[in-house]
Design a protein around this ligand. Structure first.
Ligand code: VGL
Ligand code: ZN
Length: 198
């Protein structure tokens, strides 16, 4: 069974010192690099927002980071400004292997819709094209690693399992934001969707 490693959002803004730092986010980089050789295809995702994106608290008067709002497609956590296209924060961690990966999928470019998942924007309907890419490469099994376990890794893993891929999340190569119990909820949701957590 052909398999792909999907490396989610290992970017400066999600590492210590970044705008939306995930604790220990940088500690997974060498372990991810070490696993790359085990896969037929390697895909990186890159959170890639225009300035003024609707997921930024700064785009909503009177709102602070980590407040919730309702957008047309559902509830949305508001974040600090992060991963603005072309900024240092949007760049991949400097030690991530950038030689081997086959494809970089950018997401979150629509100013009105956030995009946690590597497969669909948060409206759950607009595709990124990753499904078609993986199927045309003959990939059936995915291992997901990266940042953050409870947001982009979680949404990507659940969507992939729903699409029929055989999905494993290697939690040792992920780190979480863990906002109001989001990590436990994400683990439950991934397990319910048929994702294997290791
Ligand atoms: C992410 C919040 C906002 C992630 C991206 O990569 O998990 N989280 N944008
Ligand atoms: Zn984002």
């Amino acid at each position: 069974m052909a398999k792909a490693l999907i490396v989610i959002d290992v970017q400066n803004d999600f590492c210590p010192g970044g705008a939306l730092a995930v604790p220990e986010g940088d500690l997974i980089v060498s372990g991810i690099n070490a696993r790359i050789a085990d896969f037929d295809v390697v895909v990186l995702t890159q959170d890639w927002h225009p300035a003024g994106h609707s997921s930024f608290a700064s785009s909503h008067a009177g709102k602070a980071p980590y407040d919730m709002i309702n957008l047309p497609y559902g509830p949305q956590v508001l974040w600090p400004d992060h991963c603005v296209q072309g900024s240092t924060g949007s760049a991949f961690h400097k030690d991530l292997n950038m030689t081997r990966p086959d494809l970089v999928i950018r997401k979150g470019m629509n100013p009105a819709i956030d995009s946690y998942s590597a497969f669909f924007e948060n409206d759950q309907t607009t595709p990124t094209g990753l499904e078609g890419y993986l199927r045309s490469r003959g990939i059936q099994a995915l291992t997901m690693v990266g940042l953050a376990t409870d947001f982009c890794v979680n949404f990507s893993a659940v969507d992939a399992a729903t699409l029929g891929f055989n999905v494993t999340v290697d939690q040792t190569l992920c780190r979480a934001i863990d906002l109001n119990g989001s990590l436990a909820a994400a683990r439950d949701g991934m397990t319910a969707a048929g994702v294997t957590l290791t």
